[in-house]
Design a protein around this ligand. Sequence first.
Ligand code: ATP
Length: 697
Amino acid sequence: MTFGFLVSTPRRHLRSTNLSRVLPRLFARRYLHSESLEDCSVATMSTVNKTAHAFDKTRLDALLNRRFFYAPAFEIYGGVAGLYDYGPPGSSLQANIIAEWRRHFIIEESMLEVDTTIITPSPVFETSGHVARFADWMVKDTVNGEVLRADHLVKNVLEARLEGDREARGVAAAPAAPAPADKKKKKQAKTTAVKLEDAVVAEYESILAQLDNYSGPELGGLMKTHAITNPSSGNPVGEPQQFNLMFASSIGPTGQHPGFLRPETAQGHFLNFARLLEFNNGRVPFASAQVGRAFRNEISPRAGLLRVREFTMAEIEHYVDPLDKKHVRFADVADLELVLLDKFVQAAGQTTTKRMTVGQAVKEGVIANETLGYFVARIYLFLVRIGINKTRLRFRQHMANEMAHYASDCWDAEIQNSIGGWTECVGCADRAAYDLSVHAAKTKQPLVVRQALKEPLIEERAVAEFDKKVLGKTFKGDAGVVSAAVEALDEAGMMKLKGELEQGPATITADRKEFTLQSGMLTIERKTFKTNVREFTPNVIEPSFGIGRILYCLLEHSFWSREQDVERGVLSLPAVVAPTKVLIVPLSARAEFDPLVQEVSLRFRKAGVHARVDDSNTSIGKRYARNDELGTPFGVTLDFASVQNRTMTLRERDTMDQRIGSIEDVIATVTELVNGSIDWAEACQRLPAYDGVQAVE
Ligand SMILES: Nc1ncnc2c1ncn2[C@@H]1O[C@H](COP(=O)(O)OP(=O)(O)OP(=O)(O)O)[C@@H](O)[C@H]1O
């Protein structure tokens, strides 16, 4: 959330406003959106304490439900966990986030947009590895059969014990990890004030810091060691088992062509790589981008929009020369400072973040390369622009076991919220050449870039030739993965393998599995090649956004209440994403207002500003309050003076500050405010303050 206009509000503006009314509101809002009270200066603390209301999830939920941002799907049939429908403001908010995403990435970076199918034949996901490995670990309550996600069970129980320990010690919960506020989660992992030994606290914290690093059997071990049972029943749970998250289907009437609903949009990009490359005149780097639905049969979704079974993703696949991962626009972002949680800190069982510029992070090897760093920075800029609070945004690096073996580096944009604490909302991975290599190996289509060389290249290198029959017979569906892993070896690795095979069987790791190779399966020879063309499989940097998670966190970060009307909330959504930009409020329902209301509506429409008329039979104050709940940033009031003098007042949602001007000037100012070409401080310089409170309340 940017408070730029509040901070930079000129004195001229403040003087013309009722200070005692406005200041508490501003500071209440700052407090609510800041990570700690340290964000507020000492001079303002007393005001804050009088006016601030702690974040209240129950109130936010009531607002989102009442105003139909979203609601459980199939509700009148009892609902289905993890499926939600968006109502009018939720749909508009989502559409506006996506529109800004398209502007920020597709248009700004000249990306190639695609729209590929959701239903995907099984061989695609067999090749990509999803059929074998797109799975989570689940455990079953041994008595009532309830199914729980293994890592979430460990997390919930240990966090609840730590919370109980803090209660017993009389220590307030750490602001970085707010206590779960929704009732279901409380039921899941009830806290009891029990003091733990210091060593146990340290051990729990260490486990939580590296939770994503544990395998299923390791999670099972933790459950035994730490006596973790199902919190809702107290019953023991069984051994963790893998559960594939893809929804299976079949294509056509025979049932002979199995397929899946895609769990991500990425494969659709990769399969069209050759066409996209041709579209881009055969050159890299370039990126494809896609916004679309994805489906995951989540084991036990209990976290609202944060974990659903059907959701909108926005994904970018940026194809880059593996020998040159520099980015031409890196200098634009190099000085941007980010909060980073690197893998070494986590592996040491800690969660201490550090502030670093992107330039520094790449230079010191914390972020693997410029292109990855560039996208991490662009993700940050996008999230902050749409209203995510930058003090509640960090980038966490994946630990070794968490990352696919082929990926060279991966960073998640995590946004803090009251349901999941720090939650991954965007993943950004360097996936190396894996995806294109496996699809090329499987389909025999060359998914490569061919680059003309000025000088012919003569090189001697080791190449592997496979006996495909033997390989297929031995490794079946994994044959492609094995050959891709061998081909991905560098010169030294290839020669080492050759040496090993001359001695006997050799093992190779692919997709976290070990495969034993025998000399009859392949031969490795050094050969001389002369070529005028360099052929290579590009590496892929993939930023992958979950729109629903971002949308929910944005709603939390934008929500606050005015001290004089705690019951009603305000959503301080930036104009760029707000569902409606301007509310048109006629003071009276009398017919003489109609032509003016129509004229103002038409003018806003022509200016491309989404406006809505509220001519309901209720007070203006109530009408504005209702629209504060919808996040409408501006309101214009048409009163009797408007009819006579063609003037109109303009109200800003967060400060409730009011300005006055001619209808033409107000519309022009609002248009610029909505386009982001001016801020409220500048609007205040154009339009004088309106002090006729009694005329509009
Ligand atoms: N079940 C889900 N519900 C809502 N959004 C999701 C879900 N799963 C993933 N996402 C979103 O898609 C993005 C990219 O997906 P990715 O496969 O990287 O997630 P993930 O690592 O599987 O997430 P998690 O570990 O939380 O299950 C995530 O950053 C997140 O925003």
